[in-house]
Write a protein that binds this ligand. Structure first.
Ligand SMILES: Cc1cc2nc3c(=O)[nH]c(=O)nc-3n(C[C@H](O)[C@H](O)[C@H](O)COP(=O)(O)O)c2cc1C
Length: 306
């Protein structure tokens, strides 16, 4: 039985990929995911400059989900190279996806140029973080023409595969994915967090997050993520890293059937810790055995046949 995935010419030993923002900061934290059965990793999104992010509290869980306003903190791309080198040395068989973000298209291109020089197998362009809207305006991924222009500019400076990370907070994600594909994207990552949303502390009588609003991930967003992946699969030919609310193996199989080729694993880590990767891969394996599938690619997009 084959659970490996050839994604844009890059071989992933199994379909699970650490989602950006979870543990993807140091080479050793990413390598630790591989030691626990993860197929490949996505690093935390990096900007050109160092960013402190939003003040605490920045993340909290609630029944059904998780809200965060981390605010894309990070050391800046110029200082991050050694972490990627460390990872690539330790995990040569598990692809590394570098994620870049920026305040403008020019910024993103500069950042992607540096990322291109690092030992990453794919470059993900985070056009879709909802919790920095006050600072940066509506995410690029909320506008088809901006998405197309930004993708086209990055396409010019790298030969590595690029995956565009899209936002669910639009009425037409399939159409936006199509614009990215036409501008030269090799893949789509979907979805980023939903929202922004807000939770209120009734005793303090104010929003709990210091930033007031944050992006929502976790179990509750799965039906939105499944629908987004389904819409994207219908509209484009390029493969999808399906992300959002994948908590267990059943969720993962739904995402494959919606059209995902790889599976972004994020908040499952808060429910199952590092066991999430192996648990999800094992469930897919067992399902394939029970249902008579030989290759994981046979599951991709199956829900479109009915
Ligand atoms: C704490 C936190 C930090 C995140 N940071 C990033 C990031 O740096 N770049 C990015 O593209 N997505 C980021 N995300 C979004 C996740 O990669 C993912 O798309 C989203 O949370 C949905 O998946 P989930 O339901 O499994 O959490 C972050 C999410 C959380 C909860």
């Amino acid at each position: 039985m084959n659970l490996s995935v050839n994604f844009c010419g890059v071989n992933f030993p199994n379909p699970t990929v650490l989602a950006s923002g979870y543990l993807g900061v140091t080479g050793s934290s990413m390598a630790n995911c591989i030691n626990h059965g993860c197929g490949g990793v996505t690093a935390k999104s990096l900007f050109m400059e160092e960013r402190l992010g939003h003040p605490n509290p920045t993340v909290l869980t609630y029944p059904g989900g998780m809200i965060n306003a981390i605010g894309l903190c990070g050391e800046g791309i110029k200082k991050a190279g050694h972490e990627f080198e460390l990872y690539a040395k330790q995990c040569p068989d598990n692809p590394l996806i570098g994620s870049v973000a920026g305040h403008s298209i020019k910024d993103i291109v500069e950042c992607a140029e540096i990322m291109d020089s690092y030992p990453v197998d794919l470059i993900e362009l985070n056009f879709s973080c909802p919790n920095v809207e006050d600072e940066m305006g509506r995410p690029i991924a909320c506008d088809p023409i901006m998405t197309e222009n930004a993708t086209r500019e990055v396409r010019k400076i790298t030969k590595k595969p690029i995956s565009i990370k899209l936002s669910p907070n639009v009425p037409n994600i399939g159409m936006i994915a199509k614009h990215a594909e036409e501008a030269g994207a090799d893949a789509i990552t979907a979805i980023n967090t939903v929202g922004p949303g807000m939770l209120i502390d009734i005793y303090m009588r104010r929003p709990i997050l210091a930033n007031k609003v944050g992006g929502i991930g976790g179990q509750g967003i799965k039906p939105i993520a499944v629908r987004c992946v389904y819409d994207i699969y219908k509209n484009v030919k390029i493969p999808i890293i399906a992300t959002g609310g994948i908590i267990n193996g059943r969720d993962a199989i739904e995402m494959l059937m919606a059209g995902g080729s790889l599976l972004g694993i994020g908040s499952a880590l808060t429910y199952h810790d590092m066991k999430a990767f192996e648990m999800i891969t094992k469930k897919i394996h067992n399902f394939m055995e029970e249902e008579g599938f030989e290759d994981i690619s046979e599951l991709v997009g199956l829900a479109h046949n009915s």
